[in-house]
Write a protein of this length. Structure first.
Lengths: 252, 304
Protein backbone atom coordinates (compact mmCIF):
# COMPACT_ATOMS: atom_id res chain seq x y z
CA UNK A 1 0.00 0.00 0.00
CA UNK A 2 2.69 2.44 1.01
CA UNK A 3 4.81 1.38 -1.89
CA UNK A 4 2.01 2.01 -4.38
CA UNK A 5 1.33 5.40 -2.94
CA UNK A 6 4.97 6.28 -3.14
CA UNK A 7 5.10 5.13 -6.73
CA UNK A 8 2.08 7.19 -7.62
CA UNK A 9 3.61 10.24 -6.08
CA UNK A 10 6.87 9.74 -7.89
CA UNK A 11 5.36 9.02 -11.28
CA UNK A 12 4.72 12.56 -12.54
CA UNK A 13 8.16 13.61 -11.45
CA UNK A 14 9.78 10.71 -13.27
CA UNK A 15 7.69 11.36 -16.36
CA UNK A 16 8.62 15.03 -16.35
CA UNK A 17 12.27 14.17 -16.13
CA UNK A 18 12.24 11.47 -18.78
CA UNK A 19 9.79 12.93 -21.29
CA UNK A 20 10.82 15.85 -23.45
CA UNK A 21 8.17 17.95 -25.17
CA UNK A 22 6.75 16.39 -28.32
CA UNK A 23 5.34 17.87 -31.51
CA UNK A 24 1.97 17.50 -33.15
CA UNK A 25 1.84 18.56 -36.78
CA UNK A 26 -0.58 18.76 -39.64
CA UNK A 27 -0.57 20.22 -43.15
CA UNK A 28 -3.20 22.26 -44.94
CA UNK A 29 -3.15 19.57 -47.62
CA UNK A 30 -1.61 16.12 -47.85
CA UNK A 31 -1.23 16.27 -51.58
CA UNK A 32 -0.85 19.09 -54.02
CA UNK A 33 -2.40 18.50 -57.41
CA UNK A 34 -0.85 20.15 -60.42
CA UNK A 35 -3.66 20.86 -62.84
CA UNK A 36 -4.12 23.17 -65.81
CA UNK A 37 -4.52 26.27 -63.67
CA UNK A 38 -1.66 25.46 -61.27
CA UNK A 39 0.33 28.61 -60.52
CA UNK A 40 2.15 27.36 -57.48
CA UNK A 41 0.74 26.73 -54.03
CA UNK A 42 0.95 27.85 -50.44
CA UNK A 43 1.40 25.03 -47.99
CA UNK A 44 0.46 25.70 -44.40
CA UNK A 45 2.40 23.66 -41.86
CA UNK A 46 0.94 23.98 -38.38
CA UNK A 47 0.73 22.22 -35.07
CA UNK A 48 1.38 22.40 -31.36
CA UNK A 49 4.13 21.68 -28.90
CA UNK A 50 2.96 19.20 -26.29
CA UNK A 51 4.74 19.83 -23.03
CA UNK A 52 5.03 17.08 -20.47
CA UNK A 53 2.46 17.43 -17.69
CA UNK A 54 1.01 20.35 -19.57
CA UNK A 55 3.31 22.97 -18.10
CA UNK A 56 3.82 25.70 -20.67
CA UNK A 57 7.14 27.49 -20.21
CA UNK A 58 7.42 31.27 -20.33
CA UNK A 59 9.94 31.19 -23.13
CA UNK A 60 8.72 30.77 -26.70
CA UNK A 61 10.01 27.57 -28.30
CA UNK A 62 12.38 27.66 -31.27
CA UNK A 63 11.10 25.76 -34.26
CA UNK A 64 12.56 24.93 -37.66
CA UNK A 65 10.32 23.64 -40.44
CA UNK A 66 11.89 22.04 -43.50
CA UNK A 67 9.98 21.05 -46.61
CA UNK A 68 12.03 18.88 -48.88
CA UNK A 69 11.39 17.41 -52.32
CA UNK A 70 12.69 14.20 -53.86
CA UNK A 71 16.47 14.19 -54.43
CA UNK A 72 17.78 14.13 -57.98
CA UNK A 73 21.20 14.18 -59.60
CA UNK A 74 22.03 17.59 -61.10
CA UNK A 75 24.90 18.53 -63.36
CA UNK A 76 26.07 22.11 -62.95
CA UNK A 77 27.90 23.60 -65.91
CA UNK A 78 29.97 26.73 -65.90
CA UNK A 79 30.14 29.07 -68.86
CA UNK A 80 33.45 30.46 -70.04
CA UNK A 81 34.28 32.82 -72.83
CA UNK A 82 35.77 30.85 -75.71
CA UNK A 83 36.68 32.90 -78.79
CA UNK A 84 34.26 35.62 -77.69
CA UNK A 85 31.33 33.27 -77.15
CA UNK A 86 30.13 32.01 -73.78
CA UNK A 87 30.25 28.22 -73.85
CA UNK A 88 29.59 25.59 -71.21
CA UNK A 89 32.98 24.25 -70.24
CA UNK A 90 33.50 22.63 -66.82
CA UNK A 91 30.87 20.57 -65.10
CA UNK A 92 30.37 19.18 -61.62
CA UNK A 93 27.76 16.58 -60.87
CA UNK A 94 25.85 16.66 -57.59
CA UNK A 95 24.33 13.31 -56.74
CA UNK A 96 21.52 14.28 -54.39
CA UNK A 97 20.04 17.71 -54.83
CA UNK A 98 16.54 18.08 -53.38
CA UNK A 99 14.12 19.08 -56.14
CA UNK A 100 12.72 21.54 -53.64
CA UNK A 101 13.99 22.77 -50.29
CA UNK A 102 12.40 25.41 -48.10
CA UNK A 103 13.18 26.14 -44.49
CA UNK A 104 11.25 28.40 -42.15
CA UNK A 105 12.49 29.15 -38.65
CA UNK A 106 11.50 31.24 -35.66
CA UNK A 107 14.90 32.96 -35.64
CA UNK A 108 17.86 33.32 -38.01
CA UNK A 109 19.43 29.89 -38.37
CA UNK A 110 22.80 31.03 -36.99
CA UNK A 111 21.11 32.03 -33.72
CA UNK A 112 19.05 28.87 -33.55
CA UNK A 113 21.77 26.32 -32.96
CA UNK A 114 25.45 25.72 -33.61
CA UNK A 115 26.79 24.74 -37.00
CA UNK A 116 27.15 21.11 -36.10
CA UNK A 117 23.51 20.73 -35.10
CA UNK A 118 22.14 22.58 -38.11
CA UNK A 119 24.42 20.51 -40.36
CA UNK A 120 23.23 17.21 -38.89
CA UNK A 121 19.57 18.12 -39.39
CA UNK A 122 20.25 19.91 -42.67
CA UNK A 123 18.61 23.10 -41.42
CA UNK A 124 19.51 25.90 -43.85
CA UNK A 125 20.41 25.87 -47.52
CA UNK A 126 24.13 26.10 -46.81
CA UNK A 127 23.85 22.93 -44.73
CA UNK A 128 22.49 20.76 -47.53
CA UNK A 129 24.67 17.79 -48.33
CA UNK A 130 24.53 17.80 -52.09
CA UNK A 131 27.12 15.02 -52.57
CA UNK A 132 29.34 16.48 -55.29
CA UNK A 133 30.94 13.78 -57.39
CA UNK A 134 34.00 15.25 -59.01
CA UNK A 135 37.72 15.18 -58.91
CA UNK A 136 37.83 18.97 -58.85
CA UNK A 137 39.39 20.77 -55.91
CA UNK A 138 37.39 21.76 -52.86
CA UNK A 139 37.47 25.40 -53.94
CA UNK A 140 36.13 24.70 -57.43
CA UNK A 141 33.42 22.42 -56.06
CA UNK A 142 32.39 25.16 -53.61
CA UNK A 143 32.06 27.64 -56.47
CA UNK A 144 29.82 25.25 -58.41
CA UNK A 145 27.77 24.57 -55.29
CA UNK A 146 27.27 28.30 -54.82
CA UNK A 147 26.22 28.55 -58.47
CA UNK A 148 23.72 25.75 -58.04
CA UNK A 149 22.23 27.33 -54.92
CA UNK A 150 22.01 30.74 -56.63
CA UNK A 151 20.14 29.29 -59.60
CA UNK A 152 17.79 27.32 -57.36
CA UNK A 153 17.08 30.30 -55.14
CA UNK A 154 16.31 32.44 -58.14
CA UNK A 155 13.77 29.94 -59.42
CA UNK A 156 12.19 29.75 -55.96
CA UNK A 157 13.02 26.08 -55.56
CA UNK A 158 15.34 26.79 -52.63
CA UNK A 159 14.08 29.20 -50.02
CA UNK A 160 14.94 30.29 -46.52
CA UNK A 161 12.53 32.21 -44.31
CA UNK A 162 14.05 33.25 -40.97
CA UNK A 163 11.15 34.40 -38.83
CA UNK A 164 8.79 32.45 -41.09
CA UNK A 165 7.47 30.35 -38.20
CA UNK A 166 4.94 32.10 -35.99
CA UNK A 167 4.40 30.85 -32.46
CA UNK A 168 1.21 31.60 -30.53
CA UNK A 169 0.98 31.30 -26.76
CA UNK A 170 4.28 29.40 -26.75
CA UNK A 171 2.30 26.34 -27.86
CA UNK A 172 0.93 26.69 -31.37
CA UNK A 173 3.15 27.15 -34.37
CA UNK A 174 2.55 27.65 -38.04
CA UNK A 175 4.46 28.50 -41.22
CA UNK A 176 3.36 29.17 -44.75
CA UNK A 177 5.64 27.75 -47.43
CA UNK A 178 5.37 29.03 -51.00
CA UNK A 179 5.70 26.36 -53.68
CA UNK A 180 6.47 27.74 -57.17
CA UNK A 181 4.82 26.39 -60.33
CA UNK A 182 8.07 24.87 -61.60
CA UNK A 183 8.16 22.46 -58.66
CA UNK A 184 9.11 18.85 -59.49
CA UNK A 185 6.56 16.14 -58.77
CA UNK A 186 7.17 13.38 -56.26
CA UNK A 187 7.16 12.47 -52.58
CA UNK A 188 7.91 15.37 -50.26
CA UNK A 189 8.39 15.51 -46.55
CA UNK A 190 7.85 18.25 -44.01
CA UNK A 191 10.23 17.94 -41.04
CA UNK A 192 9.57 19.93 -37.90
CA UNK A 193 12.31 20.35 -35.32
CA UNK A 194 11.90 21.74 -31.84
CA UNK A 195 15.12 23.43 -30.66
CA UNK A 196 15.99 24.36 -27.13
CA UNK A 197 19.33 25.79 -26.02
CA UNK A 198 20.84 24.98 -29.38
CA UNK A 199 19.78 21.35 -29.21
CA UNK A 200 17.08 19.58 -31.21
CA UNK A 201 14.89 18.02 -28.54
CA UNK A 202 12.00 16.81 -30.64
CA UNK A 203 11.37 16.11 -34.30
CA UNK A 204 8.47 14.92 -36.38
CA UNK A 205 7.80 14.52 -40.06
CA UNK A 206 4.76 14.46 -42.28
CA UNK A 207 4.74 13.14 -45.86
CA UNK A 208 3.21 15.12 -48.69
CA UNK A 209 2.79 14.23 -52.34
CA UNK A 210 2.95 16.62 -55.26
CA UNK A 211 1.44 15.17 -58.38
CA UNK A 212 0.08 16.14 -61.73
CA UNK A 213 -3.64 15.50 -61.89
CA UNK A 214 -6.42 15.29 -64.43
CA UNK A 215 -5.60 16.49 -67.92
CA UNK A 216 -1.98 17.41 -67.08
CA UNK A 217 -1.33 13.98 -65.69
CA UNK A 218 -2.97 12.29 -68.63
CA UNK A 219 -0.86 14.24 -71.13
CA UNK A 220 2.31 13.62 -69.16
CA UNK A 221 1.71 9.88 -68.80
CA UNK A 222 0.84 9.61 -72.48
CA UNK A 223 4.02 11.45 -73.47
CA UNK A 224 6.19 9.28 -71.22
CA UNK A 225 4.66 5.84 -71.64
CA UNK A 226 2.89 5.88 -74.98
CA UNK A 227 5.19 8.26 -76.77
CA UNK A 228 4.47 6.87 -80.24
CA UNK A 229 0.72 7.39 -79.89
CA UNK A 230 1.34 10.76 -78.24
CA UNK A 231 3.50 11.87 -81.17
CA UNK A 232 0.87 10.77 -83.67
CA UNK A 233 -1.87 12.54 -81.74
CA UNK A 234 0.26 15.71 -81.64
CA UNK A 235 0.79 15.61 -85.41
CA UNK A 236 -2.89 14.85 -86.06
CA UNK A 237 -4.03 17.64 -83.75
CA UNK A 238 -1.72 20.07 -85.55
CA UNK A 239 -2.99 18.90 -88.95
CA UNK A 240 -6.60 19.26 -87.80
CA UNK A 241 -5.97 22.76 -86.49
CA UNK A 242 -4.41 23.74 -89.81
CA UNK A 243 -7.25 22.21 -91.77
CA UNK A 244 -9.89 23.95 -89.65
CA UNK A 245 -8.03 27.22 -90.18
CA UNK A 246 -8.15 26.60 -93.93
CA UNK A 247 -11.92 25.97 -93.82
CA UNK A 248 -12.45 29.14 -91.83
CA UNK A 249 -10.43 31.16 -94.34
CA UNK A 250 -12.36 29.87 -97.31
CA UNK A 251 -15.65 30.82 -95.66
CA UNK A 252 -14.47 34.34 -95.04
CA UNK B 1 -4.81 33.67 -67.81
CA UNK B 2 -2.21 31.24 -66.55
CA UNK B 3 -1.96 27.73 -67.80
CA UNK B 4 0.33 24.94 -66.70
CA UNK B 5 2.23 23.22 -69.50
CA UNK B 6 2.41 19.50 -68.74
CA UNK B 7 5.68 18.77 -70.56
CA UNK B 8 7.53 22.05 -70.10
CA UNK B 9 6.50 21.68 -66.41
CA UNK B 10 5.89 25.35 -65.85
CA UNK B 11 3.07 27.83 -65.68
CA UNK B 12 2.85 30.31 -68.54
CA UNK B 13 0.54 33.14 -69.44
CA UNK B 14 -1.63 31.63 -72.18
CA UNK B 15 -2.33 35.08 -73.60
CA UNK B 16 1.38 35.78 -74.07
CA UNK B 17 1.86 32.48 -75.91
CA UNK B 18 -1.20 33.10 -78.12
CA UNK B 19 0.02 36.62 -78.90
CA UNK B 20 3.48 35.27 -79.62
CA UNK B 21 1.95 32.75 -82.01
CA UNK B 22 -0.16 35.54 -83.48
CA UNK B 23 2.82 37.81 -84.05
CA UNK B 24 4.78 35.06 -85.73
CA UNK B 25 1.67 34.03 -87.69
CA UNK B 26 1.27 37.61 -88.89
CA UNK B 27 4.82 37.56 -90.22
CA UNK B 28 4.38 34.16 -91.78
CA UNK B 29 1.17 35.27 -93.50
CA UNK B 30 2.89 38.43 -94.65
CA UNK B 31 6.12 36.91 -95.94
CA UNK B 32 5.07 33.37 -96.71
CA UNK B 33 7.63 31.82 -94.37
CA UNK B 34 6.80 29.42 -91.53
CA UNK B 35 8.20 31.63 -88.82
CA UNK B 36 9.72 28.79 -86.82
CA UNK B 37 12.98 30.72 -86.76
CA UNK B 38 11.17 33.32 -84.66
CA UNK B 39 9.03 30.99 -82.54
CA UNK B 40 11.86 28.92 -81.08
CA UNK B 41 14.07 31.82 -79.92
CA UNK B 42 11.06 33.75 -78.59
CA UNK B 43 9.90 30.73 -76.58
CA UNK B 44 13.41 30.35 -75.18
CA UNK B 45 13.51 34.06 -74.24
CA UNK B 46 10.20 33.47 -72.43
CA UNK B 47 11.80 30.73 -70.36
CA UNK B 48 10.57 27.53 -72.01
CA UNK B 49 13.28 24.84 -71.86
CA UNK B 50 15.08 24.83 -75.24
CA UNK B 51 14.34 21.17 -75.97
CA UNK B 52 10.61 21.73 -75.43
CA UNK B 53 10.67 24.95 -77.46
CA UNK B 54 12.29 23.22 -80.43
CA UNK B 55 10.04 20.17 -80.39
CA UNK B 56 6.77 22.04 -79.87
CA UNK B 57 7.66 24.64 -82.46
CA UNK B 58 8.09 21.83 -85.02
CA UNK B 59 4.60 20.56 -84.13
CA UNK B 60 3.13 24.03 -84.52
CA UNK B 61 4.70 24.42 -87.96
CA UNK B 62 3.08 21.18 -89.12
CA UNK B 63 -0.29 22.77 -88.40
CA UNK B 64 0.45 26.20 -89.76
CA UNK B 65 1.84 24.79 -93.03
CA UNK B 66 -1.31 22.80 -93.76
CA UNK B 67 -3.59 25.73 -94.52
CA UNK B 68 -0.98 27.36 -96.74
CA UNK B 69 -0.18 24.14 -98.55
CA UNK B 70 -3.87 23.45 -99.17
CA UNK B 71 -4.29 26.90 -100.72
CA UNK B 72 -1.38 26.32 -103.12
CA UNK B 73 -2.59 22.79 -103.81
CA UNK B 74 -5.94 24.09 -105.06
CA UNK B 75 -4.14 26.40 -107.44
CA UNK B 76 -2.02 23.52 -108.70
CA UNK B 77 1.18 25.04 -107.44
CA UNK B 78 2.56 21.98 -105.68
CA UNK B 79 5.07 19.73 -107.42
CA UNK B 80 4.23 16.48 -105.64
CA UNK B 81 7.12 14.52 -107.17
CA UNK B 82 9.63 17.15 -106.10
CA UNK B 83 7.91 17.35 -102.71
CA UNK B 84 8.22 13.60 -102.17
CA UNK B 85 11.94 13.59 -103.00
CA UNK B 86 12.52 16.57 -100.70
CA UNK B 87 10.48 14.89 -97.94
CA UNK B 88 12.47 11.68 -98.26
CA UNK B 89 15.68 13.62 -97.80
CA UNK B 90 14.07 15.68 -95.06
CA UNK B 91 12.96 12.70 -92.98
CA UNK B 92 16.43 11.16 -93.21
CA UNK B 93 17.93 14.52 -92.27
CA UNK B 94 15.54 14.90 -89.33
CA UNK B 95 16.63 11.47 -88.09
CA UNK B 96 20.26 12.54 -88.25
CA UNK B 97 19.41 15.88 -86.65
CA UNK B 98 17.66 14.10 -83.80
CA UNK B 99 20.78 12.01 -83.12
CA UNK B 100 22.88 15.19 -83.07
CA UNK B 101 20.27 16.86 -80.83
CA UNK B 102 20.48 14.02 -78.29
CA UNK B 103 24.30 14.05 -78.37
CA UNK B 104 24.38 17.80 -77.74
CA UNK B 105 21.85 17.38 -74.94
CA UNK B 106 24.01 14.68 -73.34
CA UNK B 107 27.11 16.87 -73.31
CA UNK B 108 25.11 19.88 -72.13
CA UNK B 109 25.74 22.10 -75.13
CA UNK B 110 22.26 22.05 -76.66
CA UNK B 111 21.24 25.60 -75.66
CA UNK B 112 24.43 27.11 -76.97
CA UNK B 113 24.43 24.96 -80.10
CA UNK B 114 20.85 26.03 -80.92
CA UNK B 115 21.82 29.67 -80.48
CA UNK B 116 25.02 29.37 -82.49
CA UNK B 117 23.36 27.58 -85.39
CA UNK B 118 20.62 30.23 -85.37
CA UNK B 119 23.14 33.05 -85.48
CA UNK B 120 25.04 31.46 -88.38
CA UNK B 121 21.99 30.56 -90.47
CA UNK B 122 19.94 33.66 -89.81
CA UNK B 123 23.01 35.82 -90.36
CA UNK B 124 23.82 34.23 -93.71
CA UNK B 125 20.23 34.08 -94.95
CA UNK B 126 19.40 37.56 -93.74
CA UNK B 127 22.53 38.93 -95.36
CA UNK B 128 21.78 37.23 -98.67
CA UNK B 129 18.18 38.42 -98.59
CA UNK B 130 19.30 41.95 -97.91
CA UNK B 131 21.79 41.77 -100.77
CA UNK B 132 18.98 40.58 -103.01
CA UNK B 133 16.30 42.95 -101.77
CA UNK B 134 18.19 46.24 -101.70
CA UNK B 135 19.25 46.42 -105.39
CA UNK B 136 15.80 45.20 -106.45
CA UNK B 137 14.18 47.97 -104.46
CA UNK B 138 16.59 50.59 -105.81
CA UNK B 139 16.13 49.37 -109.38
CA UNK B 140 12.38 49.62 -108.99
CA UNK B 141 12.69 53.19 -107.71
CA UNK B 142 14.74 54.16 -110.75
CA UNK B 143 12.25 52.46 -113.02
CA UNK B 144 14.64 49.88 -114.44
CA UNK B 145 12.75 46.68 -115.29
CA UNK B 146 14.02 43.63 -113.46
CA UNK B 147 15.10 40.73 -115.60
CA UNK B 148 15.24 37.56 -113.56
CA UNK B 149 17.46 35.00 -115.19
CA UNK B 150 17.52 31.30 -114.33
CA UNK B 151 20.52 30.80 -112.16
CA UNK B 152 20.52 27.10 -111.45
CA UNK B 153 23.93 25.64 -110.95
CA UNK B 154 24.99 23.42 -113.88
CA UNK B 155 27.04 20.89 -111.91
CA UNK B 156 24.14 20.27 -109.53
CA UNK B 157 21.82 19.55 -112.42
CA UNK B 158 24.34 17.17 -113.98
CA UNK B 159 24.68 14.72 -111.06
CA UNK B 160 23.55 11.11 -111.71
CA UNK B 161 19.94 9.80 -111.36
CA UNK B 162 18.36 12.56 -113.34
CA UNK B 163 14.61 12.85 -113.02
CA UNK B 164 11.96 14.93 -114.71
CA UNK B 165 9.95 17.28 -112.52
CA UNK B 166 7.28 18.65 -114.83
CA UNK B 167 5.64 21.12 -112.51
CA UNK B 168 9.00 22.56 -111.51
CA UNK B 169 10.15 22.66 -115.12
CA UNK B 170 13.27 20.68 -114.29
CA UNK B 171 15.24 17.71 -115.54
CA UNK B 172 17.85 17.34 -112.83
CA UNK B 173 19.51 14.77 -110.63
CA UNK B 174 17.25 13.52 -107.83
CA UNK B 175 20.29 13.71 -105.55
CA UNK B 176 20.10 17.49 -105.49
CA UNK B 177 16.63 17.83 -103.91
CA UNK B 178 17.37 14.78 -101.73
CA UNK B 179 20.47 16.46 -100.31
CA UNK B 180 18.69 19.80 -99.95
CA UNK B 181 15.80 18.14 -98.14
CA UNK B 182 18.27 16.29 -95.93
CA UNK B 183 20.20 19.41 -94.98
CA UNK B 184 17.03 21.28 -94.06
CA UNK B 185 15.72 18.20 -92.21
CA UNK B 186 18.75 18.27 -89.90
CA UNK B 187 17.96 21.89 -89.10
CA UNK B 188 14.28 21.08 -88.52
CA UNK B 189 15.18 18.59 -85.82
CA UNK B 190 17.82 20.76 -84.15
CA UNK B 191 16.26 24.20 -84.48
CA UNK B 192 12.52 23.53 -84.61
CA UNK B 193 12.07 25.31 -87.90
CA UNK B 194 10.32 24.38 -91.12
CA UNK B 195 13.29 25.75 -92.99
CA UNK B 196 11.23 27.57 -95.62
CA UNK B 197 13.53 30.56 -95.43
CA UNK B 198 16.42 28.34 -96.52
CA UNK B 199 14.41 25.98 -98.72
CA UNK B 200 12.76 28.65 -100.86
CA UNK B 201 15.93 30.48 -101.95
CA UNK B 202 17.71 27.15 -102.45
CA UNK B 203 14.89 25.86 -104.68
CA UNK B 204 14.99 29.05 -106.70
CA UNK B 205 18.69 29.59 -107.05
CA UNK B 206 20.30 26.17 -106.55
CA UNK B 207 17.74 23.93 -108.21
CA UNK B 208 16.36 26.60 -110.51
CA UNK B 209 12.70 25.68 -110.00
CA UNK B 210 9.83 27.56 -111.61
CA UNK B 211 8.97 30.32 -109.16
CA UNK B 212 5.23 29.56 -109.10
CA UNK B 213 5.77 26.03 -107.73
CA UNK B 214 8.37 26.93 -105.13
CA UNK B 215 6.36 28.10 -102.12
CA UNK B 216 3.62 25.46 -102.48
CA UNK B 217 6.12 22.63 -102.78
CA UNK B 218 8.15 23.96 -99.88
CA UNK B 219 5.06 24.09 -97.64
CA UNK B 220 4.02 20.62 -98.83
CA UNK B 221 7.29 19.03 -97.75
CA UNK B 222 7.46 21.07 -94.52
CA UNK B 223 4.24 19.38 -93.32
CA UNK B 224 5.83 15.95 -93.57
CA UNK B 225 9.30 16.80 -92.34
CA UNK B 226 8.07 18.72 -89.27
CA UNK B 227 5.58 15.91 -88.65
CA UNK B 228 8.45 13.42 -88.70
CA UNK B 229 10.50 15.69 -86.43
CA UNK B 230 7.57 15.82 -83.98
CA UNK B 231 7.42 12.02 -83.94
CA UNK B 232 11.17 11.77 -83.37
CA UNK B 233 11.14 14.29 -80.53
CA UNK B 234 8.06 12.69 -78.98
CA UNK B 235 9.59 9.21 -78.94
CA UNK B 236 13.18 10.01 -77.99
CA UNK B 237 13.48 13.23 -76.02
CA UNK B 238 9.78 13.29 -75.02
CA UNK B 239 9.80 17.06 -75.21
CA UNK B 240 6.75 17.78 -77.39
CA UNK B 241 4.31 19.91 -75.41
CA UNK B 242 1.00 19.50 -77.16
CA UNK B 243 -0.65 22.25 -75.09
CA UNK B 244 2.08 24.72 -76.01
CA UNK B 245 1.90 23.78 -79.70
CA UNK B 246 -1.88 24.20 -79.81
CA UNK B 247 -1.73 27.57 -78.03
CA UNK B 248 0.78 28.76 -80.61
CA UNK B 249 -1.45 27.47 -83.39
CA UNK B 250 -4.51 29.33 -82.11
CA UNK B 251 -2.63 32.62 -82.29
CA UNK B 252 -0.77 31.68 -85.43
CA UNK B 253 -3.88 30.94 -87.46
CA UNK B 254 -5.46 34.29 -86.65
CA UNK B 255 -2.21 36.15 -87.13
CA UNK B 256 -1.59 34.57 -90.52
CA UNK B 257 -4.93 35.86 -91.85
CA UNK B 258 -4.11 39.40 -90.80
CA UNK B 259 -0.63 39.01 -92.26
CA UNK B 260 -1.92 37.91 -95.67
CA UNK B 261 -4.23 40.92 -95.80
CA UNK B 262 -1.46 43.31 -94.76
CA UNK B 263 0.89 41.85 -97.38
CA UNK B 264 -1.52 42.68 -100.20
CA UNK B 265 -1.13 46.36 -99.44
CA UNK B 266 2.65 46.31 -99.65
CA UNK B 267 5.11 45.98 -102.54
CA UNK B 268 6.89 42.61 -102.71
CA UNK B 269 10.28 44.37 -102.75
CA UNK B 270 9.47 46.20 -99.54
CA UNK B 271 8.27 42.94 -98.00
CA UNK B 272 11.48 41.13 -98.86
CA UNK B 273 13.57 43.95 -97.43
CA UNK B 274 11.51 43.93 -94.23
CA UNK B 275 11.90 40.16 -93.87
CA UNK B 276 15.66 40.44 -94.41
CA UNK B 277 15.87 43.08 -91.67
CA UNK B 278 13.79 41.00 -89.23
CA UNK B 279 15.91 37.91 -89.83
CA UNK B 280 19.08 39.94 -89.29
CA UNK B 281 17.65 41.55 -86.14
CA UNK B 282 16.97 38.13 -84.59
CA UNK B 283 20.48 37.00 -85.54
CA UNK B 284 22.04 40.07 -83.92
CA UNK B 285 19.95 39.67 -80.77
CA UNK B 286 21.00 36.03 -80.43
CA UNK B 287 24.60 36.91 -81.16
CA UNK B 288 24.59 39.41 -78.31
CA UNK B 289 23.03 36.78 -76.08
CA UNK B 290 26.02 34.56 -76.78
CA UNK B 291 28.72 37.17 -76.36
CA UNK B 292 27.69 39.42 -73.47
CA UNK B 293 28.61 38.23 -70.00
CA UNK B 294 25.70 36.12 -68.77
CA UNK B 295 23.93 37.07 -65.52
CA UNK B 296 24.46 33.58 -64.25
CA UNK B 297 27.61 31.71 -65.20
CA UNK B 298 26.22 28.47 -63.87
CA UNK B 299 23.38 26.51 -65.39
CA UNK B 300 21.72 23.37 -64.09
CA UNK B 301 20.93 20.21 -65.99
CA UNK B 302 18.65 17.68 -64.39
CA UNK B 303 18.44 14.00 -65.24
CA UNK B 304 17.65 13.92 -68.94
Amino acid sequence: MMRRLLLLMLLPVAAAQAAEPSLITDLSQERIDINTTFKGADLLVFGAVQYPSGVVPDKAPDIAIVLRGPPQPITVRRKERVAGVWLNTDAVRFESVPGFYAVATTRPIAELADDRTTAIYEIGISNLQLSPASSASEKVTRAFEAGLIMARRRSGLFAEAPGGVQVTGNVLYRARIAIPSAVPVGDYGAEIHLVRDGRVIASTSVPIRIEKSGFERWIYVMAQEHSLIYGMVAVLAALMAGWIARLATRRA
Amino acid sequence: MDIYLPIAEMSVNALVIILLGGGVGFMSGMFGVGGGFLTTPLLIFYGIPPAVAVASSATQITGSSVSGALAYWRRGQVDVKMGVVLTLGGVLGAGLGQVIFRKLQAIGQIDIAINLIYVVFLGITGGLMLKEALPALLAKRRGIPQVRSRRHVPWIAALPWRMRFYRSGLYISALAPLALGGAVGVLTAIMGIGGGFIMVPAMLYLLGMTASAVVGTSLFQIIFVTGAATMLHATSSKSVDIVLALLLLVGGVAGAQAGVRAAQKLKPETLRLALALIVLAVAVRLFFGLTITPVDLFSLYGPA
